[in-house]
Structure formats: C-alpha cells, structure tokens
Design a protein around this ligand. Structure first.
Ligand SMILES: [Zn+2]
Length: 444
C-alpha cells in the first residue's frame, strides 16, 4: 500500500469506526481471457479485491474501490477496454442503516437464538452453552483454542449414537463479514438439537460444528469495519490475514497475496493464525470424517477442490454428484439455484484454503458453500443481507444439508435400525420420495 492510500484509509476512520464515505462499487464484465487477467491483476492491487464470485467471460464482476484507488482502477480498466458501470455510491449510508437497525433491535434473551436479525458472537456462544445444559446427553460444547485477541474458539459436538459413527464437520465465518454463514450454521445446529424430527441424523452421524471460526474479525465487523474479511493480527501497514489462505497446502500459490494490505494476504507463514492452527488440530482428531462443509457468502455456489489448480481432484465425479443432488434439493424450496463445480473453475484460484487442505490430508469429501446474496447486483447486496432474508436462506439450505448428510454418511432410511425407524417422520419419508423422483428424472 502506498503512503497516499494509507493516509486516505486512516482518514476514513471516524471516531474509531471505519467510514466507507467515497467508496464506490463498479460492475465490470470481462469478455475474454485477457480482460480476466486484468481483473486478477486488480485483485492483487486493490484493498478490497473482487467481490463477485464468477470470473469467467460474460459474467459481471463487482469490485469495491476505495477513494484513493479510483484513478488507478479506472486507468487500468480503460487501458484494457473493460466495460463498467457504477452500481453503488452510497455504501456508507447503507452500512450505517444496517448498524442503526441492529442497535435498535431488542436483544434476544440470554441463551436464546433468533433468525430475524444477525447475532453477535456472545449471543451465539450463550446459545450453544444453553444447548449443552439443556441437552447434556447429545450436546457438548468445547473450547478448541483461543483467537489472536484471546477470544475462545468454540465448537459444538452433537451425537446420539456410536462414537464410530461417521462424522460431518461444518465451519463457518472464517471470513468475518460473511454474517449469513453464521446464521445458517446456527440454524443447522438448532434443527439437529431441538427438532426431534431429525433425531435419526444425530443417531447415525456425529456432528462437529464451528459457527464462528474467526471471532475477532466477526466482532470487528459489528463494532468497527463492516466489510472486514481477515483475522485481527496487527501488521506493519495493514492488519489481518486471510485465514482461508493460511492453510499449509500450496500456501502462497494461485489467488493469494503477500501484500499485508490485500484482501487475500497469506500471512507471514503457513499456519501463522491461531484460529487456523486450532482448526487443523480439531480436524486431525476426528475419526471417520466423511464430509466437510466450509460455509461462506456470497454467490449461491457449491464448490469443491482444487482451489490452487484447475486440475480435477480424484473424487471429482462423486463430489459433483453429491453437490448436484444438494443443489437440486435446495432449488426445490424457493427456486434458488446453487451452481456446483470445482472452485478454481467456477470461483477463482484460492490456494491455501481449508477445503484443499482437508482434501489433501484426509481425502474427505469437502466443499465450500457460497450462500446466496441479498437482492440486487451490487456488492453490498451480496454481504448486507436484509433481515427478512435470513430465515428463508437458512430454511432453503436445510434440504441441501439433508442431501449431503444422507449421501456422505450413506444413511439408508428404508433400512435404518429399529430405534431410528421409529423416529423417522412423515417429512423424512417425503424426502425419500423427493430424492427418488430426482433420480428418475436423471435417468431419462
Ligand atoms: Zn468467504
């Protein structure tokens, strides 16, 4: 980051809270590989990088540009004849409106959860502890490490069956600003623990779920800088590391940056972030890990490795098939289409991410889930999800999770053991019929 940009960034911090005054969102549509290369170059230069997910010819890309970067940005895209339009110039007012709304909303009672608003890390932790107290036979809550700023890293284990059962791991919000992913993950926890219709899922599967993997960053997005992505490790010019570029597999490869001011900064070395170290230690200790979901936003995508190369992973057919089945199940709710495919081909290169690392070390089926954006096509509509959309996004993802769970853990509902069969509700039988019909359609 040059000095002018640094001073401009410092000037935007008003009364301790970051201001987005003067920031603009541009929508750029690359038409050929050369223009895509220009966007990749910009991604390595701009403070906020690209906020859109598809970087393929003909698809629009949203880019947030700081005031001090506008001239450089326009010069580069004009040199390459990239078409653009401005989609948002009032970023600060939208973020202020969201902050004021949250401040005015009555807090939930301690230990409760609500999906009508986004919840702080304290609320999430209190809810998990309440579940551990109310359901001691099936729930344990565990501190698996401390964040850089010494917050507890918390996971919840849910299971009512054998220790040898297959395990599904879900982590969420390694990227701080992606609030909807914590909402969806908390909703999954609620359904597994509090909805007896799904008892069979915890009798047949052990669940390890981390609703906020980057609590320092998450807290910072509520109090200081709404669109913060990284951890909160102090830097020389800029703070934070992209924890999802800090895993020790092709660390520093494609789609990363060694510039500490960049959105995709890899950190001083692989595993520099305590959150990443703690997470890898959790993964090493899990027996019979059959599925990993890393929850992100936005883009409505189900992505699988590799992130560091466009080469296909060895289980790509199986990954595609499970991803497609989950996508169909989600689409059946409200018509929301999640695109499925390898992340380096659908999203962009992302070396050093958790999904690549888990695939390499464990051989497990592992996906990045990009949850849907809010309405509209501007960058803020991607991350600033309106509160009335939270619950629908959670509810429409749930059938996708059921599909993933049934297939990865190979749960045959028709042949479930006696205790499980008694707990299968009408809803589950409807699900079997639903999946059967999709298979029929596939076979035509
Ligand atoms: Zn993310």
């Amino acid at each position: 980051m040059n000095t002018a940009l640094l001073l401009a960034s410092l000037a935007t911090v008003v009364l301790g809270r970051f201001s987005y005054e003067g920031y603009k969102v541009y929508q750029v549509t690359p038409e050929n590989e050369e223009q895509i290369a220009t966007l990749y170059k910009l991604r390595g230069t701009l403070r906020y990088g690209l906020f859109s997910d598809s970087v393929v010819p003909g698809y629009p890309v949203n880019v947030m540009v700081a005031p001090a970067e506008q001239e450089m940005f326009l010069q580069i895209i004009n040199e390459d004849s990239l078409n653009y339009r401005i989609t948002a110039e009032d970023i600060e007012s939208k973020i202020s409106a969201e902050r004021e709304r949250i401040q005015k909303t009555s807090p939930v009672a301690k230990g409760e959860i609500s999906f009508t608003e986004f919840q702080t890390y304290t609320v999430i932790q209190d809810y998990l502890q309440q579940l551990a107290s109310s359901y001691p036979d099936i729930v344990t809550v565990e501190e698996f490490g401390r964040s850089f700023e010494d917050r507890p890293l918390i996971l919840i284990r849910i299971g009512a069956g054998a220790e040898s059962n297959p395990t599904i791991l879900i982590d969420s919000t390694i990227h701080a600003m992606e609030w909807i992913s914590t909402s969806v993950t908390t909703y999954i926890i609620q359904q597994l623990v509090e909805n007896s219709d799904y008892r069979y899922l915890i009798e047949n599967i052990n669940w390890v779920i981390i609703p906020v993997l980057n609590p320092d960053g998450y807290e910072y997005t509520f109090t200081q800088e709404r669109l913060w992505r990284k951890t909160r490790r102090p830097g020389t010019l800029c703070d934070g590391v992209d924890a999802n570029r800090n895993f020790p597999y092709h660390w520093g490869g494609n789609g990363t940056s060694t510039d500490e001011c960049n959105f995709y900064y890899i950190g001083p070395h692989a595993l520099s972030e305590p959150e990443v170290v703690a997470f890898t230690n959790v993964v090493y200790k899990i027996n019979n890990l059959v599925l990993h979901l890393s929850m992100h936003s936005y883009g409505s995508m189900i992505l699988f490795p590799w992130g560091w190369t466009t080469e296909l992973v060895s289980r790509s057919d199986e990954l595609q098939q499970l991803g497609d089945a989950a996508s169909k199940a989600i689409a059946a709710v409200n018509g929301t289409v999640y695109i499925t495919g390898p992340s380096s081909q659908l999203l962009y290169y992302a070396a050093g991410n958790s999904v690549d690392w888990i695939t390499y070390t464990r051989g497990t089926l592992s996906y990045t889930v990009e949850l849907p954006a809010g309405p509209g096509d501007g960058v803020l509509d991607g991350f600033i999800v309106p509160p009335e959309k939270i619950l629908p996004i959670c509810q429409e993802f749930w059938p996708g999770l059921l599909s993933f769970a049934h297939q990865s853990a190979k749960i045959d509902l028709n042949n479930a053991d006696g205790s499980s069969r008694l707990t299968i509700s009408f809803r589950q039988w409807a699900w079997v019929l639903f999946m059967y019909c999709f298979r029929c359609a596939d076979g035509i």
